[in-house]
Design a protein around this ligand. Structure first.
Ligand code: PHE
Length: 452
């Protein structure tokens, strides 16, 4: 696979390997969202109701929108801003649809700003898990890490630096190899952790917490949170998948690849839940701990688990790499935009955007210590506000607009051509969902939230 650094609008660049798109998209989807995000959102919402609504969202909202994003990207062979514009104009509609692309670039910058801080903590935990300080609890350990702005700052800078370097060097060439090798190892480690949770954890309590329907805890916020988590985890609603779609070969089957990526992503999240919650209950921890939940609970798990000082660091290392392949897909749409319009070179765009993101990230660093109780949106500190804004507003909004565009404005003939590898029933079903089900569901959750 080779995405040349001199790519311009007239050249169409495609990924060559049969599995390249699936691997790159899975590299984008699988990341901190599956382990950090899923567990903390489940804990915050109180368990099974969230999980079941989440699974529903993946199927009826996430999957159709993923197909729509890939379709628009591959049809137009451009980065999201220009892709939306071209798809709209070719369908005889207003070029203003490009604003959906712009919203996506904005979301990508915001997401990467806190994502990088969390990924930095994850890198830091490689060493901590190898040699934990057993004189202090994993809660105190986490407080020590987050209480030190300079430590957070250091790892945040390293992580952004790695992103810039990889993106500037003409992408993504390494992602396929990285994902092909590391994803299976991450998967195996998670199975080991699952077995550990079965043996040493309160597995029944974990299972019941995750899957026994208890809708007494459901409120409008649960729906919004589960939906936002679905968008975040599948990398939808901000252009990442659309951008990767523009590099996908015409011969690939959009339905099958979407199903594979969404399935893998969901599997990893569920595995993480099953590995973590039984241990949380066994050690009498509280599931409702916000963004620090996985770092505190995973460290406890590794300290107690046989071979934990080997499995722990390996796990955090793989998670950091998974985070890196997601982060690259967060930055790629905006870099591709600047490059394709000859505004900046690829390297200049990567550096400028990287620096902006790095700077915004300092707000999230401070939210973990001195700004912890400085509120921005409602009673949320800076990082929680950005998480709320991106997960619960920008990504669902972006996804909804993509769905409305793909269902109501994109020429059906063009959509059909893109889906031609699938049979006509799949096309019809997709069209029904993308027209009526996905956008209506997202809109009703929004409206309900406004009224509630
Ligand atoms: N899906 C990634 C994760 O779960 C995060 C991400 C969101 C990546 C949006 C790209 C776009 O960690």
């Amino acid at each position: 696979m080779n995405i040349s650094s001199s790519k311009n609008i007239s050249e169409s660049v495609t990924w060559v390997g049969k599995w390249t798109f699936v691997l790159a998209a899975a590299g984008s989807a699988v990341g901190l969202g599956n382990i950090w995000g899923f567990s903390y959102k489940v804990g915050e919402a109180g368990g099974s109701a969230f999980v079941l609504i989440y699974l529903g969202c993946i199927l009826v909202v996430g999957l159709p929108i993923m197909m729509a994003e890939i379709m628009i990207g591959r049809y137009s062979q451009h980065s999201p801003v220009s892709a939306m514009k071209k798809a709209a104009i070719d369908s005889g509609k207003s070029g203003y649809w490009q604003s959906v692309g712009w919203t996506g670039l904005f979301s990508g910058v915001l997401i990467l700003s806190f994502y990088s801080v969390l990924a930095g903590i994850c890198i830091n935990y490689i060493g901590i898990a190898a040699m934990p300080n057993t004189d202090i609890s994993s809660f105190e350990q986490y407080a020590q890490v987050t209480g030190s702005p300079s430590t957070l700052f250091f790892w945040h800078s390293i992580f952004i630096g790695m992103n810039i370097a990889i993106i500037a060097s003409g992408v993504i060439a390494g992602i396929e190899r990285m994902v092909r090798l590391l994803m299976p190892i991450l998967f195996i480690l998670m199975i080991v952790m699952l077995i550990n949770a079965m043996i040493n954890g309160d597995f029944n309590a974990g299972l019941a917490y995750l899957f026994t329907p208890d809708f007494s805890k459901v409120n409008p916020e649960t729906f919004l949170s589960a939906m936002g988590q679905a968008f975040f985890s599948l990398s939808l609603g901000m252009g990442s998948i659309m951008c990767y779609g523009s590099y996908m070969r015409k011969s690939e089957d959009i339905f099958k690849t979407s199903l594979t990526v969404a399935g893998l992503d969901t599997l990893i999240a569920i595995l993480a839940g099953l590995a973590i919650f039984p241990m949380i209950f066994a050690y009498g921890m509280e599931p409702q701990q916000g963004t620090g939940l996985v770092f505190k609970s995973l460290l406890t798990i590794f300290i107690e688990m046989p071979l934990g000082n080997i499995i722990g660091p390996a796990f955090f290392m793989l998670l950091s790499i998974a985070a890196l392949s997601s982060a690259i897909s967060l930055l790629e749409p905006s870099v591709a935009y600047f490059e394709e319009n000859n505004i900046f070179s690829r390297s200049a765009a990567a550096i400028i955007l990287g620096l902006i993101i790095w700077f915004v990230g300092i707000g999230s660093i401070l939210s973990l210590n001195s700004w912890e109780n400085e509120y921005f949106l409602g009673e949320r500190n800076f990082m929680d506000s950005i998480i709320y804004l991106t997960f619960n507003i920008l990504m669902p909004l972006g996804g909804m607009l993509v769905a409305i565009f793909a269902g109501w404005f994109f020429k059906p003939r063009l959509a059909m051509e893109e889906l031609s590898a699938a049979n006509v029933n799949i096309f019809k079903t997709w069209r029904f969902f993308i027209k009526f089900v996905s956008p209506v569901l997202v809109a009703s959750v929004f409206i309900y939230q406004l009224l509630g």
